[in-house]
Ligand binder design. Sequence first.
Ligand SMILES: [Zn+2]
Length: 291
Amino acid sequence: MIAGIVDTDGEIVVRDRLTTPARNVWPSLTQLVRRVLAANPSDVVPAAVGITCPGPIDRGTGAMKPVGMPLWHDFPLRRELAHVSGLPVDLDTAGRGLALAELWRGESSELAPVKQQMAALVLGDDVDGALVVNGKLAEGLTGNLGQFGHLIVEPDGTECACGAIGCLTVYAGAKGIEASTGRDLRRTPPAIIERTGIMVGRACASMAAMLDVADIVIGGVVPSVFGAPFFDALARELDQRSGLDHLGSLRVRGTESGRVGPLVAAAAIARHAEAGRTAEKADLPVGNQNN
Ligand SMILES: [Zn+2]
């Protein structure tokens, strides 16, 4: 687990981490948050807390509901963390956090909204994603648009925790890769690195055809550990699988992790939610301002 304080320019002011324990995660997380708040320099006043977590998320209760992690499903994470921090708390998935960070601090931040047509993929423990249309994060019916980890890339493949067969997350998430090799991610054999690139290339071909995006931005621990051999295999597979002329200028790229890494992604979620709250207040009729 990593926690920190990020200023309004997206620079990390405080950074701290703890190894996630096998059980009783909440007391450790509480300890980490208190430590970070205590380390805060006096001239920076935190305004809100953002969290990235595995999705999907229940927007009503503020709980994360990741497949295969039922212990968290009934835990009101948003409320409990607001209690610990004394601040408004917002949570979103890693993929959606990356997209918001990219709009704030990444290459896409320089573009006009009409050019900000982007999909994001985070290959972390599991695979998560997001879609940006006209410079705005697309929400979907339940606020969970972007669960691209469950795109099917190998119809005769391995079963996923969601119950389907051959989901991307099984082949491109660190958990699935380590389960298939029996090794730490850093000791993944070259053939499996190549297979990971191929599977992500297949997913990108489908996503590009469906979504008509300019960029697919890929972050997370898997591409950062696998590096060039992964991106080379991805590019070859995408080239073979994608023949649509209008997608010729599609860019599939990694992230500048220093500018849009996990802490900036979490901060981007808080920043996005704060902007939403400010806009909501501004829209209220004058007589209702105190409600
Ligand atoms: Zn699945």
